[in-house]
Design a protein around this ligand. Structure first.
Ligand SMILES: [Fe+2]
Length: 247
């Protein structure tokens, strides 16, 4: 839908705002999902108010290649030695809700190491830190919307949400896209993880197809012989098939 920023004036291309489609019901996690305990303290207690998409929502920050260091997309090359664990390549394409590539979009990732521990002061569970692994990376999508990271497959970790609670292995993703309303923070999972059915964060997304969109696929094309397995994770920003938002 479009509307003029200046009622009463004739629309010119500069004055016309094209709003983004709203999320389809069931494709995003419920704000309140009691099995995921933290939602109890942060879910809104009042009905949400739908805000119009004005210029401040449909524009966004621009990033350039000079903002990013060459080794930021390779999380195995940020220290003096190589981190322990299974080296992997994560590659995919960022598309908008109409199936068009999203170029020059900033993607940031963060993750636990191969033992399931974050290099973060609040993570003190008894698994080893890796001096050669920080677990953070950034890159920009290319002109066709593709991105890739080299990293280590993260381990599962305990998180005290309930008795014997373990998170399935995952990588956190943050994407900016072309506008503030396309900002997406989500998690990528690995195929076949036995913890999926026990994870209230993944299960808080009601729609099964939407949950499946958060699980990467093993990809022989991305896999490099004698070097690393490849996983494919495509991301759709804002639209009917959009990737669920997840914290
Ligand atoms: Fe995590």
């Amino acid at each position: 839908m479009s509307h003029s920023l200046f009622p009463g004036k004739t629309d010119s291309p500069r004055d016309t705002i094209t709003a983004y489609r709203r999320h389809e019901p069931g494709t995003q996690p419920d704000y309140l999902y009691p099995a995921y305990r933290a939602t109890g303290s942060r879910a809104p207690s009042q009905p949400l108010i739908s805000l119009p998409h004005t210029r401040s929502e449909v524009t966004g920050p621009m990033f350039g290649h000079s903002d990013i260091q060459p080794n930021e997309h390779d999380l195995t090359a940020q220290h003096g030695g190589e981190p322990l664990g299974e080296r992997i390549i994560v590659r995919g394409r960022v598309l908008d809700g109409d199936g068009h590539a999203v170029p020059n979009s900033l993607i940031e990732i963060w993750q636990a190491n191969a033992a399931g521990r974050y290099a973060h002061p609040r993570d003190n569970h008894p698994a080893p830190l890796d001096p050669n692994f920080t677990g953070t990376g950034r890159t920009l999508t290319d002109k066709d919307g593709f991105y890739s990271f080299v990293t280590i497959k993260p381990g599962a970790y305990p998180w005290r949400n309930h008795d014997n609670a373990w998170r399935p292995a995952h990588i956190h993703f943050s994407l900016f896209g072309p506008a503030f309303v396309t900002r997406l923070i989500t998690q990528m999972y690995f195929p076949g993880d036995p913890l999926f059915a026990h994870d209230p964060i993944l299960q808080s997304i009601p729609d099964e197809k939407a949950r499946q969109r958060l699980i990467s696929k093993f990809d022989l094309e991305t896999t490099k012989p004698e070097w690393a397995l490849g996983y494919r994770f495509d991301i759709i920003l804002r639209g009917r098939e959009s990737t669920p938002f997840e914290e």
